[in-house]
Structure formats: C-alpha cells, structure tokens
Design a binder for this molecule. Structure first.
Ligand code: SAH
Length: 396
C-alpha cells in the first residue's frame, strides 16, 4: 500500500502552484511506514489528493513530487517518458553536429527532482541527488541505455547535498566502462576536452555556453583577463572571436593544463595566451597596484552563497571582487560578470554590481544580460531553477 503524507492545514498552496517540494514542517502526519525514496501520496489536511512523490525521511524536503496527475504511476515507463521528453526538447534546441555537450535532464525543471543528466559526445554523466532518484536508479539507467544505445554512462553522485538525503557519495561507470574519463565535445563548433571522472561537477560548465558566445562577440582586438578560467573555454571562444591576447587565471593546475590543451585542440596561436596559477582575489589586487589594465575582464567565480545565512557575506564578496575588477578595466572597456548563486536574485546581483561601480568610482552601463543556456530551462512553477546571471558592463 502506498503511504500517505497528510499536510498541516493551509500548507497546500505551493503544491497547488505545482512547486514540487514538501517541507518537513508542512507535514502533519504520515500514514504508513514509507522507506527512503518510496513513492507516497500527498493530501491536504482535509484529505484531498495533491500529488505523488518520493519520500525522504532525512531531508528537510520531505517529499519531492513526481506527478500532479493522480492517474500517473511511478514506474520504469514514467522515467523513460520524462527523460525521453527532456531529450526531445534538447534535440529541437541544438544542431548536434555543432554542439554535442548538452544537459539532457535538468532536475526539477524537467519534472525529475534531484536528477541531472549531461551528455558529452557519446558519454552520459548522471548525478542522482535525491532519495527518489536513488531509489529508481535502475529505471533511470535502463531508460538511458534504451534512448542512447552504445553510449557509456558514468555516475558523478559525489555532491554534498546527497548527505542531506541520507545518501553516500557514489562515482563510477554504470554502463560500457571506458579506460579514462576524457571526452572531446563540440560547442558551436569549438572543441572542448571534458574529463567526466576528474573534472568539476559532471565534468564541465555547460550552462555558460551562451556567455562564451557572447565573449566571442565582444572580444575582437581586445586584451582579455579570464578570471576563474577552469579549462579556459571563455579564452578559446574569445580568441576565436578575434581577441588579441587572453590571460587565464585559475588556482587549479590541472584546469590550466587542460586550458592549454583546449587552445591546441582548436589550432589557436599559443603566443596569444597566458596561464596564471593564482588566487584571483590576490591577483586582481596586485594588477590594480601595478596599474595593469585590460580591455575586457571576465569574472565567473564559484558559488559564494550555499544557503540563506551566507547571502549577506556573499553580497560583500561579489561587491568587493567586482569593484577591483572594474578598476582594472580600461576606460571604455568591458566587464563580463557572473553569479551562479541561486539565492542571489537577478535584481540583487545588479544592485551589488552597481554598488561596486560606485565604490570603484567608475560609470557602468549594463549593455547585455546573460543567463544559463537553454538546455538549463526554468519551469514557471520552479523559479529556483534560475541560478546563473550575467551582466555585460561597459565601464567608463
Ligand atoms: N568560467 C569557467 C567556470 C568557472 S568555475 C567555465 O566557463 O568553464 C570556477 C573556477 O574557479 C574553478 O575552476 C576553480 O578552480 C576556480 N577557483 C575557485 N576559487 C578560486 C580562486 N580564489 N582563485 C582562482 N581560481 C579559483
């Protein structure tokens, strides 16, 4: 028998708006004894059916809704149909002969809470981050094998949030294992090396695809400082767009080595590239002291705010780093600045950058807004899905 989760009175509003999370505080009673990941029905205090989801006894998010359709059963067919629908959308969005690094499933936004699936050429990487997807891993892998015959599948469920779901970190090949994790993908014709085993996240930052194109559009004839470069793909894109010179900065040696190989893979002139293994915060300050300036600075830092309590200090961090970055942009030059902290909303980020301009005593015009690429869609009922914001700033 399916267990039932009964909500407190008046706690059904968010589910009625199709937001897929039920917080533990909203739960009045659980009828039955569901285990981690089991499918449960969620009903109002009056017993009206609301949705069907995965139970997670260890998480503050006690239930993640799979479906708001009472007739829908959560079985292998459910997973192959949701994953199939998500893949169909991506096939409409991309010319696979030019771009074959694609987020196939973007968790809640694709109706599969806790599941991320990235495609890198003929390797799929999955992250199973909730009790519900962990429970159905067999169905998920079977759906992928059927949809992508002959492709390898690697699991990168080595993310801290799994702990909140009472799950251990897991990595490894799930299907057609390979000797190593390196794959070459195409992004708008640019070659990119992705290491699905040792790289960050699932291997690469697919979400910045459109921002890399934007960098190419603005780069012609410019000297560029690419901060937090990771594997240097903003640099490759900028050079392809005609940049005169790009300096990549990252503190990861491995990322910088790959950045060099990425430039080679695209037959670029290595004399137009520098690689600096340094702490961006310190390097920007020392450039400022030396009076060194660039035509264009790219600032794509890691997430500063993991939770609401960290938001204020994250704002200070973003303001500080943007201020120093503006000070090393030549008058009339550009700053491409990003925040991937989901808790930092777009309007707040813009305000922080505006405050940074004030402190830097520079005029700043926002000439373009950037966001996560279209394979990272935002479901209207799940605004948290919008996490990546970018501003192209003309600095005078
Ligand atoms: N712009 C990249 C993604 C950046 S991810 C892309 O488009 O692919 C953030 C990067 O910042 C990581 O590579 C990490 O190694 C690096 N990093 C984090 N803190 C840093 C610091 N203080 N100084 C230099 N690099 C840092």
């Amino acid at each position: 028998m399916t267990a039932t989760v009964i909500l407190q009175a008046d706690r059904e509003k968010s589910l009625k708006r199709r937001h897929p999370w039920v917080f533990s505080k909203a739960v009045k009673q659980v009828k039955g004894t569901p285990n981690s990941g089991d499918t449960v029905d969620v009903v109002t205090a009056d017993g009206n059916w609301l949705g069907r989801g995965a139970y997670s006894p260890d998480s503050q998010i006690r239930v993640r809704i799979w479906t708001f359709d009472q007739a829908e059963v959560i079985d292998s067919e459910f997973f192959s149909s949701r994953i199939g629908q998500a893949w169909q959308l991506r096939q409409q969005l991309f010319d696979l002969s030019q771009t074959n690094g694609i987020r196939v499933v973007a968790a809640e936004s694709d109706g599969l809470p806790g599941l991320t699936i990235d495609l890198y050429a003929d390797v799929l990487v999955c992250q199973l981050l909730s009790a519900g997807v962990e429970r159905h891993r067999k169905h998920i892998v079977a759906a992928l094998v059927q949809l992508f015959p002959g492709y390898s599948i690697y699991e990168r469920s080595d993310v801290d949030v799994r702990k909140k779901e009472g799950l251990q970190a897991v990595t490894g090949w799930l299907h057609l294992p390979r000797e190593h994790g390196e794959v070459t993908i195409l992004e708008n014709g640019m070659k990119i090396l992705v290491d699905v085993v040792n790289g960050h996240k699932t291997g690469f930052y697919l979400d910045q695809r459109d921002s890399r194109s934007a960098a190419a559009r603005y780069a012609k004839g410019k000297t560029v400082l690419n901060c937090f470069s990771y594997t240097g793909t903003f640099a490759v894109s900028a050079l392809r767009g005609g940049a005169e010179h790009v300096t990549n900065v990252d503190m990861s040696e491995l990322a910088l080595e790959t950045a060099k190989r990425n430039a080679q893979a695209n037959d670029l002139d290595l004399s137009k590239l520098d690689f600096s293994k340094a702490d961006v915060f310190k390097l920007l300050r020392s450039y400022k002291e030396q009076g060194k300036q660039f035509d264009m600075v790219i600032l794509d830092p890691p997430k500063f705010a993991e939770n609401k309590a960290q938001l204020m200090s994250a704002c200070r961090g973003y303001k500080d780093i943007n201020r120093v970055a503006m000070q090393i942009v030549k008058p009339g030059g550009l700053l491409l600045t990003f925040s991937c902290s989901g808790l930092m909303e777009e309007a707040l980020f813009q305000k922080v950058v505006a405050d940074a301009a004030l402190d830097a005593n520079r005029d700043c015009l926002f000439i373009e807004r950037l966001s996560q690429a279209s394979d990272h869609p935002i479901a209207s009922f799940y605004p948290e899905g919008h996490y990546l914001k970018g501003l192209v700033c003309l600095i005078r």
